[in-house]
Design a protein around this ligand. Structure first.
Ligand SMILES: [Ca+2]
Ligand SMILES: [Ca+2]
Length: 339
């Protein structure tokens, strides 16, 4: 082999090795949230990459690589403060709770990203404010219902976050508010769900508003909030975005379950005893069945509906309406029969 060819082969091999080395680092850049903001400097002391790893790079290397050398970004890695600057890796990378997955869009606000492996790089301004994740569980009784939650600064009552869910679709769901909390403060978390099914807040027992408190916080907050267990019933909430209405004398509640197959429970509440009619109609307004017609005492009443017509035939799948009528007015709700 002549000398120039030999040199070319050696040079090519060096380029190949160098490329593989750079690529090895580059693929990891795309395996952490907002990784491209800081590139190789997320993990290496030398901003160009290679050489000594910084505190974050060492943490990844030591405990968060899978068998193929891919980064395992998760809540555990997010919660560590590798460089000890008081902000977790997740906070510095704008994914405080480790929710981001490889290939999904960049989370949070890219301009707020700082270096998780460099203690002299810390979030400033709004980026320094802490975030809150609310994990609601066991909300089966509120499926399909309107849900509103807010966070307020306890000392002043100032609302710092608000979220509305038009219809709860799963018994467990979570809501994340980014950069709303200050360290050392105490916050109220308040919510209500539209159990009475009329789209607005009714005083108990139609609906209930609940409060939970996060006291003297430090660090980003991830709270698990179980339906009707770790909450205080606050009755008629004052100053909330969801203004309470005057108590109604008659309320028709959302049926449960809905959709249903073949049985569901239809409920209504009365403040005073009265004559009522409770009927089911199909999409075209034809009367399908009459569930109750007569005098009803004050209180809550439940009726089981087994998807049968007045003459006992099983109804076709589809949308039906149930309606209560009294001298106080008419209320209608919709339900879906699945097959
Ligand atoms: Ca940090
Ligand atoms: Ca840092």
């Amino acid at each position: 082999m002549n000398k120039p060819i030999q040199n070319f082969i050696i040079f090519s091999l060096l380029v190949l090795v160098w490329n593989q080395s750079v690529m090895a680092r580059n693929f990891r850049v795309n395996q952490i949230p907002n990784g491209s903001e800081n590139g190789c400097a997320n993990c290496h002391v030398n901003p160009a990459g290679g050489g000594t790893r910084n505190a974050f790079g060492s943490a990844v290397e030591d405990g968060f690589l899978d068998g193929s050398g891919n980064v395992t970004w998760n809540a555990s890695l997010a919660s560590l403060d590798s460089d000890g600057d008081g902000f977790s890796n997740g906070h510095e990378l704008e994914d405080p709770f480790g929710l981001w997955t490889i290939g999904s869009g960049a989370p949070g606000t890219s301009s707020l990203v700082t270096f998780p492996g460099n203690a002299s790089s810390v979030p400033a301004g709004s980026g320094a404010a802490l975030s809150m994740q609310l994990n609601f569980i066991n909300f089966g009784p509120h499926l399909g219902q309107l849900f509103q939650v807010r966070v307020e600064l306890t000392s002043t009552g100032e609302q710092v976050a608000f979220e509305e869910v038009a219809a709860i679709s799963e018994a467990a769901f979570d809501i994340t508010f980014m950069h709303i909390l200050e360290s050392g403060e105490t916050y109220n978390i308040e919510y209500w769900a539209d159990f009475s099914g009329n789209g607005s807040y009714d005083a108990p027992p139609g609906d209930h508003a609940w409060r939970n408190t996060a006291s003297n916080i430090s660090g980003d907050q991830s709270l698990t909030l179980t339906h009707n267990t770790n909450w205080v019933d606050i009755g008629n909430p004052v100053g909330l975005d969801f203004e309470p209405l005057a108590p109604t004398a008659l309320s028709l509640h959302a049926n449960y379950p809905n959709p249903f197959n073949p049985e569901t429970t239809i409920s209504f509440s009365l403040d005073v005893a009265q004559q009522i009619d409770l009927r089911v109609y199909d999409m075209r307004g034809n009367l399908v069945n009459s569930l109750y017609s007569g005098f009803a005492q004050a209180g809550k009443h439940d009726f089981r509906f087994d998807a049968r017509s007045a003459n006992g035939e099983i109804l076709a799948a589809g949308i039906y309406f149930y309606q209560i009528e009294s001298t106080l007015g008419v209320q209608t709700q919709r339900m879906t029969l699945l097959k």
